[in-house]
Each structure stands twice: as structure tokens, then as C-alpha cells.
Write a protein that binds this ligand. Structure first.
Ligand code: NAD
Length: 290
């Protein structure tokens, strides 16, 4: 019997790569429901699987901010169960806090946080009844330590950590595993899709000059990190596979052992936070290329 996998946010990036990998698995172990908000974007996924996987891949519409669309997608799962749920849909929001509108702040929390939670909610009762399942969430190092000019993004990703860690404690009593796949920078459409405050659009009436010059430095840092240290989606997919195939999956997996864990360790080793804040400021604003 195939393992039924449902993945959110499959029109691009990590979700797309994971859907393709699992649907193309030579053992045909997985039946993949690749969901996306806008079915108009399904061509890219279809091109990647080259139409070969009719029996292992199904594409469904699902907007994680729309409860009815989640329930409609659930209804269309012919097996009437999901063994592996991957909450991956998400987006970024970047810029000085002063320029963020309430609507854009609401939107990122709605997609990244409530979208993830209401997707889990929809499949929770089914998994509990089966007494088996694995919920995987695409996490971010931005959920483990703060990043300047990413307050709302980090708030959404930190919040997911709290929600998932809390749920994991209960779910082990139902033989349901929960895993966060913590990613650093990954080469995807993330930077294109994120809502970013552009320097040229901001006036000094909105934001002071010092913040703007620090933001400029941050943007340089961010670009160089993405150019020099970003992982490919295939690397992330390998970590997902490790988690999925493990008989006793861990709660957290780190995709990038080179860059990020020292910062996470520094933060854990010094709970008062002073050193982490200093270290991050130096990394981001020193102007030295990474
Ligand atoms: P991406 O932009 O290519 O993919 C995100 C997907 O989520 C897109 O296909 C988008 O259409 C979808 N999405 C957005 N809003 C949605 C909604 N309301 N309903 C359903 N789908 C929606 O970028 P990605 O890097 O593949 O992002 C996947 C996940 O990885 C996100 O949760 C992101 O926060 C996380 N992540 C990415 C990076 C990175 O550097 N790329 C780093 C850490 C974590």
C-alpha cells in the first residue's frame, strides 16, 4: 500500500522539488497530492514530472489561508487518509518595521502561521484515528534566531516552532511524528515572491536615514548570502527524505550544517541573548562579504 503524502505550496521551490522526488520514487512507495493555491501555475510541476507519474501524482488546488479550499482538497484524497502531511507553503516580508502595513503583516501571519496550523488542524483527527502519521513543516533558521528587517517573518516562523513543539508532545501519544526541516537560504522563488520594501520607494519622512543605510547593508548581506551559501532544493529534499524514511524521526532537522548551527548554538549557550544579538549585528552590518 502506498504512503499518501499531501504537500502545500507545490507550484515552485521546495514544495515542487519534494513533490517531484516523491512522485518519481522508483519504488513507487508514495502517492503524492501536490497542492497549490493557483492551479494556473501547475505547468512547471507537470514539466518536471514529464507526465510519467499518473499513478503517483495528483495536483489539487489549496490555498492555506482558505479553510474551505483545505477541506475541498482533503475531500479529493481518494484514499481518505493522509500518512505524511508536509506544510511548506510560506512567504517572506522584508523591510524596516515602520513601513509595514497592517495588511501585509496580517497576510504573512495568515499564510505562514495560521495557514500551517489550519492545514494541520484539517488532517489531525484523521491521523489520530489511524494512530499513525508524520507531519513535516518547512521551518527556517529565521524561526530559531532573529534576523534584522525580518521581524514579521521571524515572528511567523518562531510561532510555528512553538505550535509544532507543543503539538509534538501530545502527538507522540498517537504515534504521530512531527518534524521541522530547518532551512537556511535556499535557491527558490522565495526572494522573488517575498514582499520586500524597496530602498528607492522609501522616503526619510517614513524611515530615518540611519535605518535606511543599515537596510542597504542588510540587503547587500542578504544578496551575498543567497549567492554564496544558498542550498539547492535537492539538498533540502534529501533531508525531507531522511526524516520521512526514519523509523523514529527527530523533531528538528538542519539542512545546512555549515553556516547556521553555530548561531543557533551561540544563542542556546547564552540564553541572555546579548552575545547572539552582537554577533548577528556584526555578521549582517559589518559590510564584509560572507
Ligand atoms: P517559493 O516562493 O518558491 O515557494 C513557496 C510556495 O508557497 C509558493 O509556491 C507559493 O505559491 C506558496 N504559497 C504562498 N502563499 C500560499 C497560500 N496562501 N496557499 C498555498 N500556497 C501558498 O519559496 P520556497 O523557498 O520554496 O518556500 C517554501 C518554504 O520554505 C516557505 O515556508 C519558506 O518560508 C521556507 N523557507 C525558505 C527559505 C529560502 O531561503 N528559500 C529559507 C527558509 C525557509
Amino acid at each position: 500500500e502506498k504512503k499518501v503524502v499531501l504537500i502545500t505550496g507545490c507550484s515552485s521551490g521546495i514544495g515542487l522539488s519534494l513533490a517531484v522526488r516523491l512522485a518519481s520514487d522508483p519504488t513507487k512507495t508514495f502517492k503524492v497530492y501536490a497542492t497549490m493555491r493557483n492551479l494556473g501555475k501547475k505547468e512547471r510541476l507537470l514539466e518536471c514530472v514529464k507526465g510519467l507519474h499518473r499513478d503517483t501524482l495528483e495536483i489539487l488546488q489549496m490555498d492555506v489561508t482558505d479553510q474551505q479550499s483545505i477541506l475541498d482538497a482533503k475531500e479529493r484524497v481518494v484514499e481518505k487518509r493522509v500518512d505524511i502531511l508536509v506544510c511548506n507553503a510560506g512567504l517572506g516580508l522584508m523591510g524596516p518595521l515602520e513601513v509595514q502595513s497592517l495588511n501585509s503583516m496580517r497576510h504573512i501571519l495568515e499564510v505562514n502561521l495560521l495557514g500551517t496550523i489550519q492545514t494541520i488542524q484539517a488532517f489531525l483527527a484523521g491521523m489520530k484515528a489511524q494512530e499513525q502519521g508524520h507531519i513535516l513543516v518547512t521551518g527556517s533558521t529565521g524561526g530559531l534566531h532573529g534576523l534584522p528587517f525580518n521581524e514579521l517573518y521571524c515572528a511567523s516562523k518562531f510561532a510555528i516552532e512553538g505550535a509544532c513543539e507543543s503539538l509534538a508532545i501530545l502527538l507522540q501519544h498517537f504515534n504521530i511524528n512531527m518534524s521541522l526541516i530547518e532551512c537556511g537560504p535556499v535557491n527558490t522563488d522565495f526572494l522573488v515572491n517575498l514582499q520586500k520594501a524597496e530602498l528607492e520607494d522609501m522616503s526619510v519622512e517614513q524611515v530615518d536615514g540611519k535605518t535606511l543605510s543599515l537596510y542597504e547593508k542588510y540587503l547587500h548581506h542578504c544578496n551575498s548570502v543567497f549567492q554564496n551559501a544558498a542550498q539547492d532544493t535537492e539538498d533540502i529534499v534529501k533531508v525531507f527524505l531522511t526524516a520521512i524514511q526514519s523509523p523514529s524521526p527527530a523533531f528538528r532537522y538542519f539542512t545546512n550544517s555549515v553556516v547556521e548551527p553555530p548561531l543557533t548554538k551561540l544563542k542556546a549557550a547564552q540564553p541572555d541573548g546579548v552575545q547572539y544579538i552582537k554577533a548577528m549585528s556584526e555578521i549582517v552590518f559589518s559590510g564584509e562579504e560572507q
